[in-house]
Design a protein around this ligand. Structure first.
Ligand code: XMP
Length: 508
C-alpha cells in the first residue's frame, strides 16, 4: 500500500529537512528531491502536493536555480516558501525585485482567514522573515493573502490553479502557527488523508524486507549506534533467525557501552557476533598522534575485522545498513551538505561479495527512527543516546591512544554524563575529552603532574553549527571535583566554551 506523498523541491535552503519533517508530523509522507527534477519523474512519484523550499539566490539572476514551469500547470497544488514563493510568482508572470527594506526575524503579519491556508486562524500572526527580494507585481489570477509593514505580498494565492506562496518560513519554531499553516495546505488544499504513521510503517517496512530478501540470510554491521540498532531490531522481527549482526568492539566505546549493546539484543532472535578487537586496534594505533591518520586506521581496521567475519558467513547474500533519510538527502548533491561527508568514514567496500543491500530506514528521520526503535522494544535510554562518532573515543583521546588514557577518559566521561542526566541539564551532545596536556598540582604535601580533562557540552539542532551549553557553575564545579577526586591520573578539569564555527564539536 502506497502512502500519499508530498514532494519537496530543494532550491538550496537550509530548512528542507525541517519542511519534510513538519509534513510528516502532520501524518503525510514527504520526500525531498532536487529542484530541477523532470516532470516525468514528478508524475511517477504522483504527489498530492509540491512544496518549493527557500534558498539563497535571487530568482531574476541568471545562475539562480529554477524548475520546469510545467509544474505549475499539472493541477497538483503547489506551496512556495521564501525563495520558492518568489520562484513560483516569477515563473507564472509576476515580478520579483530587491526589497526597499529587507525583513529579518519574527515579523507581525495580517493574514486573510478567507484563504484556505489560514482557515480558522486569527488575522494577527507572526512569521519568521528572512529575505532581501520580494514579489512586487502579482501574477495574473493571484491575490495577496498576508502582508507585513514592509511586505505587502507576504503570502499569495491563486485558488483556481491551487498555487500558493509564503514569503516567511512556516517550518521554523519562530513562526508559532507555522505547522498549522502547513497542515491547512495539506488537508484543505491537497486533500491529505493523514495515512502516514509509524504503526502502519512498521508493517510496511517488514513486508518490504521480506519481499526483498526472500529466504536469504542478512548480515548487518552493528555499530551500536541508534540507526544500526533499530535496523537490527526491525530485521530481527522481519526475518527471525536469519539475521547475523557483527558488532566490532574496538574498545573505543564509552564506559560499559559494549556490554549494554550486547544486553539490548540478548532477547532478539538474531545471531549476535561480538568481535573483541580492542588489542588489535590499539596495536595498529600505537604511536599514532595525527587525528586524520587515527581516523583512517580505525576505519580500515573496522573493515578488516568485518571482512574476517564476512568470510565465515560466505553464503549470506544481503548486507543491511542503517542508512537514514538525512544521509540520503545529504548525498543527493546539495551544496550545504558536504560539510559532514568526512564523517561517513568506514563505508563498506564493494568487494565484500553481497548481491543486495537492505536499507529499511532509508526514508526515515532520526526522531522517527527513535520512535520506531521504542515500538520495536528497545529501551528509551538506549534509543535516546547522543550521537557518537564512528571512531569513538579515538577522537576524544588527544595524541597517542593507550589503554591507560582510554580508562581515564571513560571514567571521567561517565561521571560527567551522570551529573548531566541526574541534574536534567539539557544539552544536545556532551562528553569529556582527555587532552594530551599535563599540569602541575598539589595533593597533600605532594606535587602532582597529571592529565587535564576538558568537558564539552553543546546546543545544536543540526550538528553543523553549535553553541556551548551554559551549564550552571555549581554543576561544573561538582564535575571538576568529582573527576579529580575519583579518577586517578587527572589533575585538572576545564570547560570548553567555543562555538562551531570556529571550533568543531569533537576535538579531533
Ligand atoms: P564535528 O566534530 O565535525 O562533529 O563538529 C559533528 C557531529 O558529528 C559527529 N562526528 C562523527 N560521526 N563519524 C560519525 O559518525 C565520525 O567520524 C564523526 N566525527 C564527528 C560528532 O560527534 C558530532 O555529533
Amino acid at each position: 500500500m502506497k502512502n500519499q506523498t508530498v514532494l519537496i523541491l530543494d532550491f538550496g535552503g537550509q530548512y528542507k529537512e525541517l519542511i519534510a519533517r513538519r509534513v510528516r508530523e502532520c501524518k503525510v509522507y514527504s520526500i525531498v528531491k532536487p529542484g530541477d527534477i523532470t516532470v516525468a519523474e514528478i508524475k511517477d512519484i504522483d504527489p498530492i502536493g509540491i512544496i518549493l523550499t527557500g534558498g539563497p539566490s535571487s530568482v531574476y539572476k541568471e545562475d539562480s536555480p529554477h524548475c520546469d514551469k510545467e509544474i505549475f500547470s499539472l493541477g497538483i497544488p503547489v506551496l512556495g516558501i521564501c525563495y520558492g514563493t518568489q520562484l513560483l510568482a516569477w515563473s507564472v508572470g509576476g515580478k520579483v525585485e530587491p526589497c526597499a527594506v529587507s525583513e529579518y526575524g519574527k515579523t507581525k503579519m495580517t493574514v486573510s482567514p478567507k484563504c484556505d491556508l489560514y482557515k480558522g486562524m486569527d488575522k494577527e500572526q507572526i512569521g519568521l522573515m528572512s529575505h532581501t527580494d520580494q514579489i512586487t507585481v502579482l501574477p495574473e489570477g493571484f491575490v495577496s493573502v498576508a502582508s507585513t509593514k514592509d511586505c505587502k505580498n507576504a503570502s499569495i494565492a491563486d485558488k483556481k490553479r491551487k498555487l500558493y506562496g509564503m514569503q516567511f518560513h512556516p517550518e521554523v519554531e519562530s513562526t508559532p502557527n507555522g505547522t498549522k499553516f502547513i497542515k491547512n495546505f495539506l488537508y484543505e488544499i491537497c486533500g491529505a488523508k493523514g495515512d502516514y504513521n509509524l504503526k502502519n510503517l512498521e508493517g510496511q517496512l517488514i513486508e518490504q524486507i521480506r519481499n526483498q530478501v526472500g529466504d536469504n540470510h542478512v548480515l548487518l554491521a552493528l555499530s551500536g549506534g541508534v540507526d544500526s540498532s533499530v535496523c537490527a531490531a526491525l530485521l530481527s522481527k522481519a526475518i527471525p533467525g536469519r539475521l547475523h549482526c557483527v558488532f566490532v568492539d574496538h574498545g573505543l566505546m564509552r564506559k560499559d557501552e559494549g556490554d549494554q549493546i550486547e544486553e539490548a539484543f540478548k532477547d532478539k532472535d538474531i545471531d549476535f557476533i561480538r568481535v573483541n578487537a580492542k588489542d588489535r586496534f590499539l596495536k595498529a594505533l600505537k604511536g599514532v598522534v595525527d587525528p586524520e591518520q587515527k581516523r583512517k586506521i580505525i576505519g580500515a581496521m573496522f573493515i578488516e575485522a568485518f571482512k574476517i567475519e564476512r568470510d565465515k558467513l560466505s553464503d549470506v547474500k544481503f548486507l543491511a545498513q542503517g542508512t537514514i533519510y538525512p544521509d540520503v538527502i545529504e548525498s543527493g548533491g546539495s551544496k550545504a551538505a558536504t560539510i559532514k561527508s568526512h564523517h561517513n568514514v568506514g563505508g563498506l567496500p564493494e568487494d565484500l561479495g553481497f548481491t543486495g543491500l537492505v536499507e529499511p530506514l532509508r526514508g526515515l528521520f532520526k526522531d522517527e527512527v527513535r520512535k520506531l526503535g521504542r515500538q520495536l522494544g528497545l529501551s528509551k535510554e538506549y534509543v535516546d543516546r547522543q550521537p557518537f562518532p564512528g571512531p569513538g573515543l579515538g577522537v576524544r583521546v588527544m595524541g597517542e591512544i593507550t589503554d591507560e588514557k582510554l580508562d581515564i577518559l571513560k571514567d571521567a566521561d561517565a561521571i560527567f554524563r551522570e551529573i548531566m542526566i541526574k541534574n536534567r541539564i539539557k544539552s544536545d551532545q556532551y562528553f569529556a575529552v582527555l587532552t594530551d596536556t599535563r599540569s602541575v598540582g598539589v595533593v597533600g604535601d605532594f606535587r602532582t603532574y597529571e592529565y587535564t580533562v576538558a568537558l564539552r557540552a553543546v546546543k545544536t539542532s543540526d550538528f553543523m553549527t553549535c553553541e556551548y551549553t551554559p551549564i550552571p557553575h555549581k554543576f561544573l564545579g561538582l564535575a571538576a571535583s568529582r573527576i579529580v577526586n575519583e579518577v586517578e591520573g587527572v589533575g585538572r578539569v576545564v570547560y570548553d566554551i567555543t562555538g562551531k564555527p570556529p571550533a568543531t564539536i569533537e576535538w579531533e
